[in-house]
Design a protein around this ligand. Structure first.
Ligand SMILES: [Zn+2]
Length: 85
């Protein structure tokens, strides 16, 4: 259902480098659900060179969720290069 008058909350996603502290942001206005925003941002940040060191979890399904939703340590493109990741 489309409401004639609708309040759209813009979800801002920020990623911060674990080594140097530099960050990047995305403000994808269309992403209204937090879960979807995390997934899309994770994918988008990785595409521009950010590296995700996924948080460990013994259960594969949860680990896959972590990887998809960007849970773990992030490294900016520069630090990722330096660490040869
Ligand atoms: Zn960095």
């Amino acid at each position: 259902m489309v409401l004639p008058l609708d309040l759209i909350a813009a979800t801002h996603v920020r990623v911060t480098c674990d080594l140097c502290g530099s960050d990047a942001r995305m403000c994808p206005k269309r992403w209204q659900e937090e879960r979807g925003a995390r997934e899309l941002a994770t994918h988008a940040f990785q595409k521009i060179g950010w590296y995700l060191d996924v948080k460990d979890h013994p259960r594969q399904r949860i680990y896959d969720d972590y990887r998809r939703e960007g849970h773990g340590k992030w490294y900016c493109p520069n630090c990722a290069k330096k660490k040869h990741m």
